[in-house]
Design a protein around this ligand. Structure first.
Ligand code: FAD
Length: 322
């Protein structure tokens, strides 16, 4: 039995799906031990019950105004106070922009090893095994931690969420935050509303083959019908057809949707690093030799400006009749 501390994340007051995936990973590691969740923001009381139905026995709700916008400094101060109070045997965080920034800082502070970007967790004979991709997703390694507190970040969309019956104790925690070295004055959001790319179940991605900003329109129509998010290759971003916040790949976002539709993307290794773990990959490209077809489950050789609107029409019909 282990005591596990989980950092949850919310967006605009709504719990992010990855938080429940991390709690499921925590259930496996805890093996019946206590799971303590941390939720930042006083509005977390709305979803505290949901955390309880996914294994958390206690939630620390931290409502400090210094934490309204993420800064490494303020979050790490708050988290350290909770870690010192809870004394967990394992710490888990989502492998999101926040987790990727915060976990190494805390690991360094405590002198702990960090297993990042975990896509599966199993316990074998009492030993916790973390699976993570290496070499841009070309291979996978299993890691265990021999000493000290286990510390890992969990990639979104990989661990199927498991519910359990449970109630939760709520602790309102006021962190002592002082001597901040950075203060965020303004946050400029580049993407508005819509489905969060890193958690989307369907991603429609455009490459240099879309040829212009306008060229993304048919992809957006398909994404709307399928309830998906728009992504892009770096080729499309470099050509200024879209914003870099949409870039998928080694130097962009990593996505693992159920369905990934690559439109006019050649399939460079750096792009594959961000999407090759998608469950189903569909590639649309007019070059039959394009490398993207080697990782595609379904390939359509053709002009995306003809193929994508046809798909949109067909999906519309199917979704209306089903
Ligand atoms: P291209 O390679 O130019 O391919 C365009 C494709 O569109 C072609 O296959 C063409 O046949 C097809 N096409 C053209 N017109 C049509 C049409 N009408 N209908 C259908 N198909 C059409 N790339 C990433 O994506 N993500 C990364 O994170 C990333 N990181 C990188 C990091 C480093 C260090 C380096 C060196 C490179 C990185 N790259 C990354 C760049 C990567 O190597 C490729 O250059 C890039 O992915 C190419 O983008 P693309 O496939 O859109 O463009």
């Amino acid at each position: 039995m282990r005591k596990v501390l989980v950092l949850t994340e919310a967006k605009a007051g709504n719990l992010r799906g990855v938080s429940l995936e991390v709690l499921t990973a925590a259930q496996r590691i805890a093996e019946g031990g206590e799971i303590v969740a941390v939720a930042i923001g006083s509005d977390a009381t709305h979803y505290a019950k949901v955390l309880g139905k996914h294994g958390a026995k206690k939630v620390y709700i931290v409502g400090n105004k210094e934490l309204e916008v993420y800064t490494t400094d303020a979050y790490s101060q708050a988290l350290r106070q909770i870690i010192d109070e809870v004394e967990p045997e394992a710490i888990l965080m989502p492998h999101t922009a926040i987790g990727k920034d915060l976990a190494p800082r805390l690991a360094a502070r405590y002198g702990l090893g960090l297993v990042s970007d975990v896509i599966d967790v199993q316990v074998e004979d009492g030993e916790v095994l973390f699976t993570r991709p290496i070499y841009s997703g070309k291979a996978f390694e299993k890691r265990n931690v021999k000493s000290g507190t286990l510390f890992a970040t969990v990639r979104p969309n990989n661990i199927p969420v498991e519910k359990i019956d449970g109630t939760i104790e709520v602790v309102h925690f006021n962190a002592e935050i002082k001597d901040l070295r950075t203060i965020v004055k303004e946050v400029v959001r580049k993407t508005t509303g819509g489905v969060d790319l890193s958690e989307a179940k369907v991603v429609i991605s455009g490459g240099r083959g879309v040829k212009s900003e306008e060229g993304f329109k048919p992809l957006e129509e398909l994404a709307e019908v399928l309830g998906g998010a728009i992504g892009a290759s770096r080729g499309a971003c470099d050509a200024e057809y879209c914003d870099y916040s949409l870039q998928i790949g080694q130097t962009g976002k990593v996505v693992t949707p159920d369905l990934y539709i690559a439109c006019g993307i050649s399939g460079a290794i750096q792009h594959l690093a961000g999407m090759s773990n998608s469950k189903i990959v569909v590639a649309i490209n007019k070059d039959p030799e394009a490398p993207i077809f080697q990782v595609a489950d379904y390939g359509i050789v053709g002009d995306l400006f003809e193929v994508v609107p046809l798909l949109t029409e067909e999906f519309k019909k199917l979704l209306v009749t089903s």
